[in-house]
Design a protein around this ligand. Sequence first.
Ligand SMILES: Cc1cc2nc3c(=O)[nH]c(=O)nc-3n(C[C@H](O)[C@H](O)[C@H](O)COP(=O)(O)OP(=O)(O)OC[C@H]3O[C@@H](n4cnc5c(N)ncnc54)[C@H](O)[C@@H]3O)c2cc1C
Length: 300
Amino acid sequence: QNIRRTVLSNLERAELTTDEAEFSRLMTIAIVGGGPTGVELAGAFADLVHRSLRSNFRRIDTSKLRIILIEGSELILETFDPHQSQYARKRLEKLGVEVRNNTRVTAVRAGALDFKDGTTLEAAAIIWAAGVAASPLTASLGIPLERGGRIKPEADLSVPGHPDIFVAGDLVSMKDIEDKMVPGVAPAAVQMGTHIAKILKSQASGENKRPGFRYFDKGMMAIIGKNYAVVKTDKFELQGFIAWMAWLFVHIAFLIGFRNKLSVLLGWAYAYVVNTPEARIIVYPPASVAPGTPPPTGNS
Ligand SMILES: Cc1cc2nc3c(=O)[nH]c(=O)nc-3n(C[C@H](O)[C@H](O)[C@H](O)COP(=O)(O)OP(=O)(O)OC[C@H]3O[C@@H](n4cnc5c(N)ncnc54)[C@H](O)[C@@H]3O)c2cc1C
């Protein structure tokens, strides 16, 4: 909601401004990080401005909104196969997204980004999709921490030096017993939780088995706007419309309860056909509006 509010409010301001530099800043969205989150966001924005918002403004042409995806390494979607990464880049460029690889961000300021090569990009909306830091709570353990404040646990997921404290999910940075790096994704967090539960159960029964954690990689998916996606598993790879259908199927299949599945399916089917008019609504949370503030003006 915050991201949508920021972008839509910037478009409203761009509609009113006569200052060219301000106009160009307001019409720029910078997304830092070309992993699945950054790629999905860039594709979603491209769809929003080119499809849903096209006829919503009198003066500005929303298709001129610059969506810039910034990636520090050689390829976006680096964990996918290189040809899938190239495919994703081509699809994004077709949607009007500027993809800048080998571009390292050194500082994020209000309304601007600084790059390692000394250049700067002015953007009114900057979205960080280059990873999350662990909770600051990990610092209180007094043990050496990995990048982002993560903990490198023992093979059984206990905290080094504290066999009765276990750690799971995004707090962890580790390789499993097969020397595979465990990614910071939901299935890894769920599998770690299950592993710890089994150890606790074994302790309660007096067996006290503490096997090492093995990660089962179920594969990766990323959608690239409407109708396109990439899917990679150990056994197969897909891209294009069929991958997009697979993404939809998996996300609906894992929802809890038939009612949820049906309501999401119907909601998505409706959004697919009418291009989500509700995407244009700017919602202000009550706490962020000071008493007496007039409602924002504009045609959204
Ligand atoms: C933008 C984004 C997109 C993502 N997309 C995907 C995706 O498509 N697929 C995928 O598999 N993964 C995705 N992930 C990663 C996935 O969300 C995480 O890997 C997963 O949620 C980790 O689970 P967790 O339980 O470790 O942490 P969380 O899901 O973050 O849960 C931690 C919980 O602990 C609570 N908490 C924190 N500190 C305290 C405290 N001191 N006391 C009590 N409670 C506390 C938090 O409020 C939170 O509810 C995405 C992540 C982000 C940021």
